[in-house]
Design a protein around this ligand. Structure first.
Ligand SMILES: Cc1cc2nc3c(=O)[nH]c(=O)nc-3n(C[C@H](O)[C@H](O)[C@H](O)COP(=O)(O)OP(=O)(O)OC[C@H]3O[C@@H](n4cnc5c(N)ncnc54)[C@H](O)[C@@H]3O)c2cc1C
Length: 398
């Protein structure tokens, strides 16, 4: 084993939203930070639709009018498998559509300004714990050492296993495909979500307006041919639109892993399963957890032994205190609804139609636990679900 040529307090793997936030916060705490990114350009390629709630944006300390902002959104239009769509709309804007590449670049720039060394085109291929400290092997065969390594390398990461942790159940990743559509009919201020076995079995399709006549239209699905589903949807809804770009990505719907730290190691963002299982959204949760991870890593790097480990353990406690109750409920909702027939989904949407004002008043895009609890407690919803599911709901919510 060669010795590392570079030593840092904190090495962060992956310059996505979680990794950039982690590196930035660690640097603000005066840690010497290296941020590794396998691609030549931060943020590219981007697979993400870029929907974030304005409350979530605030949680990340970001402004809605920034270099990465594209469009403000007032709500959503849901298309059940059959029948008329349902609109949930608020008077004030509730979400921002952002350019994900620009967001990651904005955050990386802040991190570099705070003193982070960003090394692009550099992939970490192996983590090992040695008497010399934590070592990461890079693809050119060189090694870097960190007192603490933060894995923020996204869905599919294998580094946690090498650090003695579980990974999320990567088998639960749903293949996703997305088109950037232009030349569309005029786009409004709602995102559109399409459900049903003919559209996106086990998940949903989406249209996210990005400009006056453009949108990101995509879907993820549990089975079937995602390209065919997406082409059919485009033909049905926007026959005159032009496809400007195509992107595929992995939508993560597995829950978070049971432990997100081991000595000298933290895992954060998609790599830790910190996403909303109902939608696969992880910008806000991953970004916020990235902040906590960076602060914890900087403190851990400044201490040793049990004291150092205490900071890493505390990261795991802190992020769960903030998110795990909602994530648990979103996980249950996902499990319950992913297998429903179109007929049951239609009936379920008719209950939602009767409760639009409650959803408008109580719904929260990130902390969905409250509205899920309220909807699952409705008698009409309970009658649509199998007995075993209603027993599980009672056990969790009582
Ligand atoms: C189609 C699609 C649409 C989505 N839409 C939304 C949405 O609208 N809203 C939302 O909130 N979420 C959305 N998501 C989810 C969101 O993109 C992720 O939750 C989020 O990107 C997670 O951030 P992250 O920093 O953990 O990981 P990532 O953003 O995946 O960043 C990981 C980074 O690590 C780099 N990397 C990977 N391996 C290595 C390595 N070994 N060495 C060095 N670098 C490495 C990658 O190149 C990447 O830059 C969507 C996902 C998909 C697939």
């Amino acid at each position: 084993m060669g010795s590392p040529s570079d030593r840092y307090d904190v090495v962060t793997v992956g310059a996505g939203v979680a990794g950039c936030e982690a590196a930035l916060e660690a640097a603000k705490k005066n840690a010497g930070v290296l941020l590794l990114e396998e691609h030549p350009q931060v943020g590219s390629p981007s697979h993400c639709s870029g929907v974030v709630s304005l409350k979530g944006l605030e949680l990340l300390g970001l402004e809605a009018h920034s270099s990465f902002s594209q469009k403000l959104i007032h709500g959503a239009r849901f298309y059940p498998p059959h029948g008329e769509p349902i609109e949930v709309r608020k008077k004030d804007a509730v979400a921002l559509i952002l350019n994900r590449m620009k967001l990651d670049q904005f955050l990386a720039k802040q991190a570099v300004a705070a003193g982070v060394e960003l090394r692009a085109k550099t992939r970490a291929s192996k983590f090992e714990r040695t008497s010399d400290g934590d070592l990461l092997t890079l693809t050119d065969g060189s090694k870097v050492a960190g007192k603490v390594v933060i894995d923020a390398s996204g869905a599919g990461s294998r580094l946690p296993e090498q650090a003695g942790l579980q990974t999320p159940d990567w088998a639960q990743i749903l293949p996703g495909l997305q088109y950037e559509l232009v030349d569309m009919k005029e786009q409004g201020d709602l995102v559109e979500l399409f459900f049903g076995a003919k559209r996106a079995p086990g998940f949903f399709a989406w249209s996210i307006p990005t400009g006056k006549n453009s949108a990101r239209v995509g879907l993820a699905s549990k089975k079937g041919n995602v390209k065919k589903f997406l082409d059919d949807l485009v033909k049905e809804q926007w026959p005159k639109a032009t496809i400007d770009a195509t992107k595929s990505g992995s939508v993560l719907v597995a829950g978070p892993i049971s432990r997100c730290w081991s000595p000298g190691f933290i895992v954060v963002g998609d790599a830790a399963g910190q996403v909303k299982q109902t939608t696969g959204g992880g910008i806000v949760i991953g970004g916020y957890c990235g902040k906590l991870a960076g602060i914890a890593a900087a403190s851990a790097a400044a201490h040793s032994g049990v004291e150092s480990e205490g900071f890493l353990r505390n990261y795991d406690t802190q992020w769960r205190e903030k998110f795990s109750s909602d994530l648990r409920k979103m996980g249950l909702a996902r499990k319950l609804f992913a297998g429903l027939s179109d007929e049951t989904l239609d009936r379920l949407f008719s209950v939602l139609r009767d409760n639009v004002s409650e959803i408008e008043a109580e719904g929260d895009m990130d902390f969905q636990g409250k509205i899920i609890t309220r909807m699952l407690k409705k008698r009409k919803v309970a009658t649509l679900l199998p007995r075993v599911a209603t027993d599980a709901i009672k056990a969790i919510f009582s």
